[in-house]
Write a protein that binds this ligand. Structure first.
Ligand code: MN
Length: 340
């Protein structure tokens, strides 16, 4: 994080009153935790924060208090916007469709992110911090709050902890650095109670019986390719309609796919009637190929967690074949690196 950008962020916020906090089209634990923490911080700085997300907040994230303050409309007037957890315009398509992106470009804008592979930057941003050394946007905001002397209440701390735990899968993946643990320790000192947070999340993540049975169907349909190194499953529009409002289908199955012996990479594909296909990619430790695989389909992300979306009407079979081909290449080049 360079000092000039940090100072600039401090100034932009100081001179603004109404500030819109924008989540991209793929709200996850980090995105919502960062947004809610920023809202509390800005509020205590005497600002008038406004939470915005163009898509519905998935139900599995609704255990977070404050989620219901997130609106799909921009306020009539605002002075500044802050985009959290994305630095690519491809994840702001819904914002654009609603005509809101145009409005954002007319005012100063701050982008706070931590994603390594970005194929295209948000051009209208006044300041961008894309810090790949932190686990999550939540950790980035914690660092900013220390540097800029922002007040951090236990509630804001709880949101930041949710961000960190979300992106590090409970401090279990490579994104959790020594520094991340230090930040976690400081959050605990601030008064955040992790067991309570965990309990809240678990309670909310309980599934209805039909979701449990749907999980069985997905397990049944998962196919194992490339000698068992790639696990892939498809979710149809009908299933998205039936089950997505109740439970996010990819997290329902993907962790279990990764637990199958021999599996290196997993892909959960959602196919929509309008031709769109989205893919959630997760890979096991030692196989940092997720972002590269996503990039080959126009997406991006982290080495172990990435995603993509196609809108050019390529068929499911075409996308599937491409995934097999690229995964094969990426995995065999990993193997040859090791031999060398
Ligand atoms: Mn993130």
């Amino acid at each position: 994080m360079n000092d000039t950008s940090v100072a600039k962020i401090g100034e932009l916020i100081k001179s603004a009153e109404t500030i819109v906090i924008v989540q991209a089209d793929n709200p996850d634990g980090d995105s919502i935790g960062s947004a809610l923490a920023l809202e509390l911080i800005l509020d205590s700085l005497g600002k008038n924060p406004h939470l915005y997300c163009a898509v519905d907040i998935p139900s599995y994230l609704r255990y977070m208090s404050g989620w219901d303050r997130i609106e799909a409309e921009l306020p009539n007037q605002f002075d500044l916007s802050i985009i959290v957890d994305t630095s690519t315009p491809t994840l702001l398509e819904k914002v654009k469709e609603k005509g809101d992106l145009q409005k954002l470009t007319k005012k100063p804008n701050i982008v706070l992110d931590h994603h390594a592979s970005v194929e295209q930057e948000i051009e209208f941003a006044t300041v961008t911090i894309n810090d790949t050394s932190v686990s999550s946007t939540g950790e980035l905001i914690f660092n900013l709050s220390r540097q800029l002397d922002w007040p951090l209440s236990p509630d804001a701390g709880e949101n930041l902890m949710t961000s960190i735990l979300g992106d590090t899968q409970g401090l279990s993946n490579d994104l959790a650095s020594a520094q991340t643990y230090r930040v976690m320790a400081e959050l605990v000192e601030l008064g955040v109670h992790r067991p309570k947070l965990e309990e809240k999340r678990r309670l909310y993540n309980k599934m209805p019986e039909n979701i449990f049975r749907f999980k069985g169907q997905l397990i049944d349909r998962t196919s194992f390719e490339l000698e068992g190194r790639l696990a892939i499953v498809r979710i149809t529009q009908q299933e998205i309609n039936n089950y997505s409002p109740l439970y996010n289908p990819a997290p329902l199955i993907q962790a279990d796919m990764l637990q199958v012996e021999g599996v290196a990479v997993t892909v959960v594909l959602k196919t929509y009637d309008d031709g769109r296909i989205t893919g959630s990619i997760r890979s096991n430790n030692g196989y940092p190929v997720a972002s590269k695989l996503a990039a080959s389909l126009g997406g991006g992300g982290h080495p172990y967690a990435a995603g993509f979306k196609t809108t050019d009407n390529r068929t499911f079979d075409t996308i599937r074949a491409k995934i097999l081909e690229i995964s094969q290449e990426l995995l065999s080049s990993l193997q040859s690196e090791r031999v060398d």
